[in-house]
Design a protein around this ligand. Structure first.
Ligand code: HEM
Length: 487
């Protein structure tokens, strides 16, 4: 069988550059139009495979998950910086299976309601921060996602903005996404592994010195919050959390590596939740600003169902079909992780007569799937009402963006059930209380947002100008009244 079709290899280093280019999903989707559902590209001895349709992604990443669930072994990020034990980086095998079992135990559909009160508290704090300083919305989303994860995972309540764990976590997530995994996590030492032996006194060894410092930080980030949980359990005063629940559940503690698995899985959730939440919520804000009719319609629905005397809760969800459409369309239109995270193929494979070589890095092209005009007519526009159009059951399932944005098969996002509640609540609560519109300059002129995407993995719109204010004096007092004070 021959290799899947694809573009001609570009000159060696040019190709590495291509891989780390901004918005790689755009050229990848052009290749999809030209070459079809499975596109192959060769890069310095490694095959890159793009799966451009749901069928191809499910057939391989899901149905053949036993060979498509490995992760590329990254020398710099994994080995030198110590990230290889984080769930998103662990190679497929016993360790990754044990870690994912712990994550499922904590974040399976049935456990999510136990987090509802916490989601509410964090959502309200987010709204309070947002109305004080709307221009810094990214900072507030980061703080929201961080605070939520610290409490869900460690039962730790951040009490101030300069909280030591929040600071440590932000520093480490920043290191991970801006330094260690920037440019797709590919470093010269990943291409020329012998560079790992370069002595520290030699020019060009700077990456190794950095790696040593970063590794130390990452380990601190893994150990300290975990020690906090263990100490609080010892002292007898703690809040139920992912860690405490599992530490008290003898049925999951059979492996010798239990503690190791637990503390690295816990930490992985922190890293997994920040950029993804920033992307998703930024796109929601952007859409509300650019499509005011959709915003109005959702607000009318909320006013009719929830009224103006209280904030929405998860219990209102089934009575708010249009808000649901806004949530789904924000995921579809935003495409938070457009090329998924790469999976590594563990054995040679044949698919529809094409030979896919062992060791290939396989990307699910979620961008192409969610911009498919056959499933989503007028795909570049934010049109939440599209989900009201009557279709067959089969199509109903097929067009639900939640089936794609969280990835595929055995590496699918373990946070997806949590996100389904947390981001929904954040969207519903923001719509109920805020008017979101384009900012206006000092001369009263509307500022058109400039939207660019610099991050190669997560489709995060660079910070844009936006106006967010309480919809009414009553909305303002609801935000202010809700539970704990602003911190
Ligand atoms: C806000 C929306 C989020 C989106 C769109 C999202 C999306 C994704 C995607 C696309 C993957 C890769 C799946 C694959 O390789 O096939 C992933 C992996 C992962 N996500 Fe999420 N995620 C979100 C939030 C979260 C949250 C809140 C958590 C933690 C509580 C989390 C934890 C993880 C972890 C640990 C992995 C690695 C799984 C593995 O490699 O086995 N994510 N996520």
């Amino acid at each position: 069988a021959s290799l899947p079709p694809g573009p001609k290899p570009v000159p060696i280093l040019g190709n590495v550059f291509d891989l780390t280019a901004k918005e790689l999903w755009l050229p990848a989707s052009e290749w999809a139009k030209q070459y079809g559902d499975v596109v192959y590209l060769h890069l310095l001895g490694v095959g890159l495979v793009f799966l451009n349709s749901p069928d191809a992604a499910f057939d391989l990443l899901d149905k053949r998950g036993s060979i498509y669930s490995d992760k590329p072994a990254l020398v710099m990020a994994g080995e030198l910086c110590g990230c290889k034990n984080m769930v998103a980086f662990t190679s497929y095998g016993e360790q990754s299976k044990r870690q994912r079992k712990l994550l499922h135990k904590a974040f399976g559909v049935s456990t999510i309601p136990s987090y509802h009160p916490l989601l509410q508290t964090e959502t309200h704090s987010f709204l309070r921060r947002l109305i004080v300083d709307p221009a810094e919305y990214i900072k507030h989303i980061r703080r929201y996602a961080g605070g939520l994860t610290l409490s869900v995972v460690y039962g730790y309540e951040a009490v101030s903005n300069d909280d030591e764990f929040l600071d440590l976590a932000e520093e480490c997530v920043g290191l991970l996404s801006n330094r260690i995994a920037s440019g797709g996590g590919i470093w010269p030492v990943d291409i020329f592994p012998s560079l790992r032996h370069i002595p520290l006194w030699m020019p060009g060894s700077g990456f190794k010195k950095n790696a040593m410092a970063w590794k130390k930080k990452m380990e601190e980030f893994v150990d300290r919050p975990y020690e906090f949980v263990k100490n609080s359990i010892k002292m007898g005063s703690y809040k139920a959390s992912f860690c405490s629940n599992l530490l008290e559940d003898a049925s999951v503690q059979d492996a010798d590596s239990f503690e190791f698995d637990l503390k690295w899985s816990a930490n992985s959730m922190y890293s997994g939740s920040i950029d993804t939440t920033i992307t998703t919520v930024s796109h929601f804000l952007l859409a509300m600003m650019l499509y005011p009719e959709a915003q109005k319609r959702a607000q009318q629905e909320l006013d009719a169902v929830v009224g103006s005397d209280r904030l929405p809760t998860i219990a209102d969800r089934s009575s708010l079909p249009f808000v649901e459409c806004i949530f789904m369309e924000s995921l579809r239109w935003g495409v938070p992780v457009p090329l998924n995270l790469p999976h590594r193929l563990m054995e040679d494979d044949i698919y529809k007569g094409m030979h896919i070589p062992k060791g290939s890095m396989v990307f699910g092209n979620i961008w192409a799937m969610l911009r498919n005009e056959k499933v989503y007519p007028d795909p570049h526009n934010f049109r939440p009402e599209r989900y009201f159009e009557p279709v067959t059951r089969e199509m109903e399932r097929k067009r639900n963006p939640k089936n794609y944005v969280f990835g595929f098969g055995r590496r699918q996002c373990p946070g997806m059930n949590l996100v389904d509640s947390s981001v929904w609540l954040l969207i519903a609560s923001s719509l109920a209380t805020l008017d979101i519109s384009k900012a206006v300059d000092e001369h009263g002129k509307v500022i058109e947002p400039v939207i660019e995407f610099d991050n190669p993995i997560f489709r995060i719109p660079n910070q844009f100008k936006c106006d967010m204010r309480p919809r009414s004096p009553k909305a303002l007092s609801l935000i202010k009244q809700s539970e704990i004070p602003v911190i």
